[in-house]
Design a binder for this molecule. Structure first.
Ligand code: 0A1
Ligand code: ZN
Length: 849
């Protein structure tokens, strides 16, 4: 049985393809349960190949017939694909297969979503459409003919011909099969256009279901901004006559960069003020940019194999983060990116699922679309940018595009480009790709005769399969502040390469206060003993906004740690600093909102675990509640005035400035709710004319256990809007009291509008439970048991999402023996379930190992 003994794929086993593809012609005869796909593919032997064995991937296909150069052949077929006798010379392969889009609940390959045909081919979905060398180093131009009764028939590239019931598309740019896309359905488009810097006119179309047209403006504006930014910042111009985006309700991930025809989860593209929060707007802007930027970093230059995934994903995340930083507040963007990195990637890197940015092996590639590949991959590129500087970075990128355009490249190619463009040796830097785990960076200071010395030590803890770690190159951006708060030594990059290394600063008049790792210049955990007064000083004076925020964050963590462990918390220093910061009008509201945001419960659990303390999720929850109450009481007198200052008179706009004000208004409302039991929140809910305030106020009411009426009102109002109903499901779980969270999730899963086949809906209940630490880890074990039940139910339908959800258990190593026992039991139950997928099997196996 295939899934019982899944095969491991190794980077070291890479061999070039035996045959290359000249061109591909596909004909689709669409029918819900019996679509026919006829392929005509011209192959030629690859001169670089080591073997002439002809193998085509194929899964779940019914072969009707196949020919080689027009002669019928009978290929040898197994569950992975087929083999056939072919000439040692160019030849034409033709085949017809039948597939069942309606029965495709995995949402990989061709499937139906709300009656609309769509595809998802990354990473290995194309092999569920036709027999093909489904690997990214086989690139070819595609011509696609679609026959179907749907009014809109789309594929990659430019439209070349159409008639009643059919359309033909041609994509001249050679591409790997994972970038193939097809869409057919009853759709309407928002149309626009973009003129490139070389005056080429590109038609832009954003396709949605009728009724969603009013939610398309924001994504279209974001697309045009992305196209412009990529020309200005990276010198990259779009390369087809048309660029299309389609919104799809059932989609496993956020979106997909198919050449010329991006397919988006509705949640990542549709937005309107009354249905979308400011966070939704910002996320959509970032994802639209991300997918568009892939046109060059991913599509024109793709990956040789899936071990190079971060080559496109790390770089494209770095690009979308830079774009958002340019369009919005760079400081706020950086803080949010680091919060996400710590919340997801550090968590992954410190548990059983830790892996390298360039892994050596995998069982199921879908399990490697991770925070490490994406977000740590982006941090690695950010470090390169810091080390070589912006001018050399641009030089290296120009060389990258020149040298590798049209190729399937590797991470080594990428580093070679930087070496050649800058003359730097990146041998040691490469360890960032090959060494898993989050480095710990400790620092000691010395002060003598006007000379200040910082001595750093780096240490990366062992990760699964990697016990020994070598020192990394760490760019530590550092500045020094004088006692009066002036910057006496401006920011500079300290380039650490040794395990222990000192940096000295001479000629100082007084002992400075160091501001280390400014802008979070490396993805490390910095530990530095400092007094609460010094942290408060940095929160008040640091010129680096990230470190300013970080100082407050560290202080908050120290307060919470002391509260959890029964020590005296440095409460006065924290509350005093917070109050001063909050009243500082020179700070943008978004920044103040972030500074007011206490470290999350999961973050605290990891912090305690790192400090050698076994975290108790219930105590962390209680400590956080207590501290929030303290903050509310301390700020009591300022809350009304500050809240009044955050009221926006202008009409709603989803821009960063208004969003920042709403974020601060809601942070203040959450504190106010602790003092008035929800009176102010009820008023905000009743008067809100946008989803940010509605949902924020609803959350306050739920926390105050005064949310029943608002919940019913919300449901009645939004029952017809799936994306808003996702929020309704999610809010109830994430705001449930810890002892009730599992029950609430179980009850919601019985709701008539719950649909486990829709990934957004499944995540809105079970993803929310996984992200509610005190609920998921409740001592009863109910959270673990429920999660296991539903992973087992989902796995046969959608293994990719089931596997992803099992990551909820990746923190098993942090907890006490009782919890570990219950988590293990849940995992073993999943592992033992009949016919478990390769996807979930790999994840659970790695966690249990
Ligand atoms: N490449 C896309 C994300 C993506 C990855 C895998 C998928 O299915 C397994 C789907 C989408 C991106 O980075 O946006
Ligand atoms: Zn991507």
């Amino acid at each position: 049985m295939k899934d019982a003994s899944p095969q491991t794929i190794y980077l070291s086993d890479y061999t070039p393809p035996a045959y290359l593809v000249e061109d591909v012609h596909l004909t689709f005869r669409l029918a819900p349960t019996a679509t026919r796909v006829i392929a005509r593919i011209n192959f030629r032997p690859n001169p670089e190949a080591k073997s002439r064995a002809f193998f085509l991937h194929g899964e779940g296909l019914k072969l009707i017939w196949a020919t080689v150069d027009g002669q019928i052949v009978q290929p040898g077929i197994d569950e992975d694909g087929l083999t056939a006798e072919v000439p040692d010379a160019p030849f034409t392969w033709e085949a017809e297969v039948e597939i069942d889009p309606a029965g495709n609940t995995r949402l990989e390959g061709l499937y139906l979503s709300n009656g609309m045909y769509c595809t998802q081919c990354e990473a290995e979905g194309f092999r569920r459409i036709t027999y093909y060398p489904d690997r990214p180093d086989v690139m070819a131009p595609f011509t696609v003919r679609i026959e179907g009764e749907e009014p809109v028939l789309l594929s990659n590239g430019n439209p070349t011909d159409h008639g009643p019931g059919w359309a033909e598309w041609t994509d001249p740019w050679p591409k790997p099969s994972y970038l193939f896309a097809l869409v057919a359905g009853d759709l309407v488009a928002r149309e626009d256009s973009f003129t490139t810097r070389n005056e080429r006119e590109v038609a832009l179309k954003l396709w949605v279901r009728p009724g969603d047209e009013h939610k398309t403006e924001w994504a279209m504006e974001s697309l045009k901004a992305s196209m412009k930014w990529d020309e200005e910042v990276y010198g990259r111009e779009y390369d087809l006559d048309i660029f299309q985006i389609v919104a799809v309700s059932d989609f496993n991930m956020g979106a997909m960069e198919n050449k010329g025809l991006n397919i988006f989860n509705t949640s990542a593209v549709l937005a309107s003020p009354d249905t979308s929060t400011d966070a939704n707007f910002a996320r959509i802007e970032g994802i639209v940019a991300h997918e568009y930027f892939h046109n060059w970093t991913g599509n024109r230059i793709t990956c040789r194999d899936w071990f190079q995934l971060s080559l496109k994903e790390g770089l494209t995340v770095f690009r979308d983060q830079s774009f958002s930083a340019d369009l919005r507040s760079a400081a706020v963007q950086r803080i949010e990116d680091v919060m996400a990195l710590r919340g997801r990637q550090f968590r992954e890197d410190n548990g059983p699922l830790a892996h390298q940015v360039q892994p050596d092996s995998f069982v199921e590639i879908n399990n490697f679309y991770t925070a490490t590949i994406y977000e740590k991959g982006a941090e690695v590129i950010r470090m390169l940018h810091t080390l070589v500087g912006p001018d050399d970075y641009r030089k290296a990128l120009d060389l990258y595009f020149d040298r590798h355009d049209g190729e399937a490249a590797t991470i080594d190619d990428w580093l070679n480009v930087f070496e050649d463009a800058t003359g730097r040796d990146l041998g040691q830097f490469k360890r960032w790709y090959k060494q898993a785990g989050t480095p710990r960076l400790s620092v000691e200071e010395q002060w003598e005769d006007g000379t200040y010395t910082l001595t750093f030590t780096q240490d990366t803890p062992p990760t699964p399969g990697q016990d020994e770690k070598a020192p990394l190159v760490i760019p530590i951006v550092t500045g020094l502040l004088g006692p009066n708060g002036d910057e006496v030594v401006p920011s500079q990059v300290l380039e650490m390469t040794e395990k222990t290394q000192s940096f000295t600063f001479a000629g100082l008049g007084a002992k400075p206060v160091p501001s280390i790792l400014r802008g979070f210049s490396a993805p490390v955990i910095l530990t530095r003993e400092a007094s609460p007064e010094e942290r408060a000083f940095l929160l008040a004076n640091d010129t680096d906004p990230f470190n300013r925020w970080e100082a407050g964050r560290m202080l908050a963590k120290e307060v919470l740690t002391a509260m959890v462990t029964g020590k005296e918390p440095p409460l006065d220093a924290y509350l005093g600093a917070l109050a001063t910061m909050l009243r500082d009008d020179s700070l943008e509201p978004a920044f103040r909102a972030l500074a007011l945001h206490l470290p999350g419960e999961d973050d605290m659990a990891q912090t305690l675990h790192d400090a050698g303390i076994t975290p108790d999720p219930a105590r962390i929850h209680d400590a956080r509640e207590t501290l929030l109450q303290e903050v509310a009481e301390h700020l009591q007198d300022s809350l009304p005035r500050l809240s009044a200052e955050m009221v926006i008179e202008a009409p709603f706009a989803p821009d960063a400035e208004q969003a920042g004000k709403r974020a601060l208004a809601l942070a203040l409302l959450r504190l106010t709710t602790r003092l008035d039991g929800g009176k102010a929140a009820a008023k905000v809910y009743a008067e809100a004319d946008n989803m940010t305030l509605s949902l924020g106020a609803l959350g306050c009411l739920l926390d105050a256990e005064a949310g029943e009426a608002a919940l019913a009102d919300f449901e009645a109002r939004w029952a017809g809007d799936a994306l808003v109903m996702d929020k309704w499901f999610m809010m109830q779980v994430s705001h449930a009291a810890p002892e009730k969270a599992a029950d609430v999730a179980a009850r919601l899963a019985e709701h008539p509008a719950f649909n486990m086949k829709n990934p957004n809906r499944f995540r809105s209940v079970f993803g929310a439970l996984a992200m509610h630490p005190a609920g998921f880890h409740h001592a009863s074990g109910a959270g673990y048991a429920l999660m296991a039940d539903w992973i087992i139910r989902l796995d046969p339908l959608n293994p990719q999402i089931a596997a992803r959800m099992s990551g909820a258990f990746e923190t098993i190593g942090r907890y006490d023996a009782d919890r570990q026992g219950m988590m293990r039991e849940a995992l073993e139950r999943i592992a033992a379930s009949e016919g478990l997928s390769r996807d979930t099997g790999e994840m659970v196996g790695r966690i249990l190992r």
